[in-house]
Design a protein around this ligand. Structure first.
Ligand code: NOJ
Length: 562
């Protein structure tokens, strides 16, 4: 049976940066509500909203202190209700970001658990005792340092946190925790949300804590095999999702499996009990990347993440791998970036052919079989903004760098991090040329001097990226591009070519992802109609000649091999 999400086209909104309605410098739900028509016009039918529950905002809402309410920064439950209602009137679906691996340390469960080993909530979290003041094991947190933090008053007692120390991990081995999280999720499903994005779900099961992770390094080390993708993840997940689907069988579950490649994504979307696992997976491994040859020496010395670009040699195989691994269960998700990564234009755009390269990349990516996820502002070609202060990154490891560096080094590192870090990709949406680009009358939470292209400017220009995205996403809604079969064709490196076909109709997508001009011929397609081209494409001697970063999309009312 077809579900609404088989044809989903998702727009990701980072709510603190989308639209500020009460002029406090932070975006909010009322602002998002006011902009729903803009989102609808793009051609999407679902909105994924990053967390808006009550939170001390240590990690921008991924540290939840009350799952049953909206953080006052973002508005009220009444506004959330209105947002869901209006989105539904516009035939759009709401997907909430649901944080289930950890809570905030301000959550009443954790506050109670801290009080005494006998607290009824003690076993909601993961505790260890040691004898000599040493941490229980050498496992490292994704946010730096050990996964263990000291209990504030009980000697030699530690709690487990995979992310910030103010975000203690829940103990999913405890059935009470599993039931409590089901109750929280039910509340939102009953309220009418259409989907949940399960944050960090691959970490809900942990290995035996009484062991170090083998490593030659001293101190804490990232130990994924100890806390990622363990077999109980599927067990817990299945129970959780089963209960929710009893309320809404159409509930869309988008799992965040940071380290999942195609096989794990298939595992998390497969089920032997009907439709009881995820419907889509987002991960950091969706695109093959290679390190840029000219790495910054200082960045390397400081062990900052390397600059990367698309690995064109690996791209065809990667695409086929994702497409075939998920073919029996669901559809791949198609995206370039999100709030945890540098922006698409910064990471993959070609500065010499910026607009054209972004149009061709979007063509290559979103016309594949799968569910597009567009990160807000991508449709404008937004780039990472330049942040001029270390504290602006809101990341302790970045703040700590400053003291180690000379003045000149600081400038270089700030510039480098502005290209590679996640925070400069979370900038306020630039709507127009009024104060703070129409985002807020108050200074925005993320201060930046970077001049950005605005929605208003792009509205005016028929060839703008914004208007291109609108056309592309409307094309994507057609059955052929939503549900048609996918077939990759052999082509030289840098030229990505594939077909889609369905019920006697087919399309050919040819994208040149390089700065070189290339030619391509395919006898099955010489008499086909052009849907659109990007850049310069000419036909001569039965060959398509594609200038740098150009692309062409063709269609015909027959299958290519007939
Ligand atoms: C993944 C989220 O996308 C990221 O922003 C967050 O910091 C971690 N999970 C922890 O919740």
């Amino acid at each position: 049976m077809q579900q609404w999400y088989d044809n989903a086209i998702i727009y990701q909104v980072y709510p603190r940066s989308f639209q500020d309605s009460n002029n406090d410098g932070l975006g909010d739900l009322e602002g998002l509500l006011q902009r729903l028509d803009y989102i609808k016009k793009l051609g999407v039918n679902a909105i994924w909203i990053n967390p808006v529950f009550t939170s001390p905002q240590v990690d921008n809402g991924y540290d939840v202190s009350n799952y049953f309410n909206i953080d006052p920064h973002f508005g009220s439950m009444a506004t959330m209700n209105a947002l869901i209602k209006r989105a539904h009137e516009l035939d759009m679906h709401i997907i909430l970001d649901f944080v289930l691996n950890h809570t905030s340390d301000q959550h009443p469960w954790f506050q109670d658990a801290l009080k005494s080993p006998k607290s009824l909530f003690r076993d909601y979290y993961i505790w260890e005792q040691t004898k000599n003041g040493q941490v229980p094991n050498n496992w490292g947190s994704f946010f730096g340092g050990s996964v263990w933090a000291k209990h504030p008053s009980e000697k030699n007692t530690y709690y487990f946190h995979l992310f910030d120390q103010h975000m203690p991990d829940l103990n999913w081995a405890n059935p009470e925790v599993r039931q409590a999280m089901i109750e929280v999720a039910k509340y939102w499903v009953e309220k009418g949300v259409d989907g949940l994005r399960l944050d960090a779900f691959i970490h809900i099961a942990k290995a035996n804590l009484h062991q170090d992770f083998p490593s030659s390094e001293k101190g804490a080390v990232i130990a994924e095999p100890m806390y990622a993708n363990l077999p109980n993840v599927v067990t817990y997940l299945q129970e959780f999702i089963n209960e929710l689907r009893k309320i809404n069988p159409d509930l869309f579950i988008l799992g965040e499996g940071a380290s999942a490649g195609p096989e794990l994504a298939a595992l998390y979307t497969r089920s032997n009990r009907g439709n009881a696992l995820c419907d889509g997976i987002v991960s950091f491994r969706n695109l093959p990347k290679e390190r840029l040859a000219d790495q910054d020496a200082l960045a390397m010395k400081l062990k900052l993440p390397a600059k990367e670009k698309l690995d064109l040699a690996q791209l065809p195989e990667s695409i086929v791998h994702w497409q075939t691994s998920l073919a029996q269960t669901t559809q791949p998700t198609l995206y370039f970036s999100n709030h945890d990564m540098p922006r698409m234009a910064t990471a993959y755009g070609d500065s010499e052919y910026l607009e054209r390269s972004l149009k061709t990349l979007a063509t290559m990516q979103y016309l594949q079989k799968g569910v597009p996820i567009i990160y807000y502002g991508e449709e404008l070609g937004l780039q990472n903004v330049e942040l001029e202060r270390f504290t602006a990154f809101q990341d302790q490891t970045v703040t700590a760098l400053k003291t180690q560096l000379s003045g000149r080094e600081q400038t270089a590192v700030l510039h480098y991090l502005s290209q590679t870090h996640k925070t400069p990709a979370r900038q306020p949406m630039p709507w127009d040329d009024t104060v703070n680009q129409g985002f807020s009358e108050h200074e925005p939470w993320l201060r930046t001097a970077t001049k950005q292209v605005t929605v208003a400017e792009e509205e005016e220009d028929p060839d703008s990226l914004l208007n291109f995205y609108r056309q592309l996403l409307h094309l994507k809604q057609q059955e052929l591009f939503a549900n048609g079969e996918f077939r990759l064709l052999t082509a030289p490196t840098g030229l990505l070519v594939y077909e889609r076909y369905l019920a006697g109709k087919s399309a050919l997508i040819v994208t040149n992802l390089t700065r070189e001009s290339v030619s391509y011929s395919n006898d099955d397609w010489t008499n086909a109609d052009i849907i659109y081209t990007v850049g310069q494409v000419t036909l001569a001697d039965n060959q398509w000649h594609l200038a740098p970063w150009s692309s062409i999309v063709l269609k015909q009312d027959q299958l290519p091999w007939l």
